[in-house]
Write a protein that binds this ligand. Sequence first.
Ligand SMILES: [Zn+2]
Length: 206
Amino acid sequence: MEVVKRLILENRAWASETLARDPEGFARLSAGQAPAVLWIGCSDSRVPAELITNAEPGDFFVHRNIANLVVEHDPSLMSVLQYAVEVLKVDNIIVCGHRGCGGVRAALARVPDLPHVDARLDSLRQVYRHHCRELDALPDDDARVERLVELNAVAQVERLAALPLIRQAWDNGRPLQLHAWVYDLHTGLLDQRHSIAPAPASALAA
Ligand SMILES: [Zn+2]
C-alpha cells in the first residue's frame, strides 16, 4: 500500500482506539496545552521523542533539527524556545542526541554536495574544535562520532544556559532545568549526561 494512504488509515485506527481508551482525551487536549518539557532532539527518524519516553500528546513541546543543535541565530529554534519558556513556562529542557548520529558523522568531514547541511554543521564543528585534542586522540572515526555525540549534547545545554532568554528566566526565579541526554539506538536506552539547574536563591543573594 502507498505509504501516505497507510498513514491515514493508521490514523483512523489510532484515533478510534485512543477515544475508546480515554473518551475525554481529545476534548482535554483541544482545550489547551501545558507541557512540562521542551524537547530539542535530532531529526533522525529513529529517535521519536514521545515514543522512546512512553509520553503522551501534550507532554512535550518539540523542536528537532539535524544533530540537535542550539544556534542563537536560528529563528526556528529561538521562537520555539521563547514560546516554551515564556508562554508555556516549561520546567525542563531536554537536549537529546543519539549514538550513530549521521549529522555528527557528517560534521567530521565537509559535505559540499549538501550545502544547507554543511552550513548547518559549522556550529557542531565548533564543538569539535573545542575538544579536538581529546577527539583526535581516539582510534578511529567511529569512536570520535560516539564521543562527539556526548560532547555535543552537553555543549548544546551549555549554549542554552548562556542565552539571555534562559538567564532571564532564572533571574525571575523560574525553576527551569536543562538536561543533556544521549539515546542509544542499539539498546533503546537514554543516558543522562549532564544537568544544569538555577543556583539557589540564597546563593544568588550572596
Ligand atoms: Zn542524529
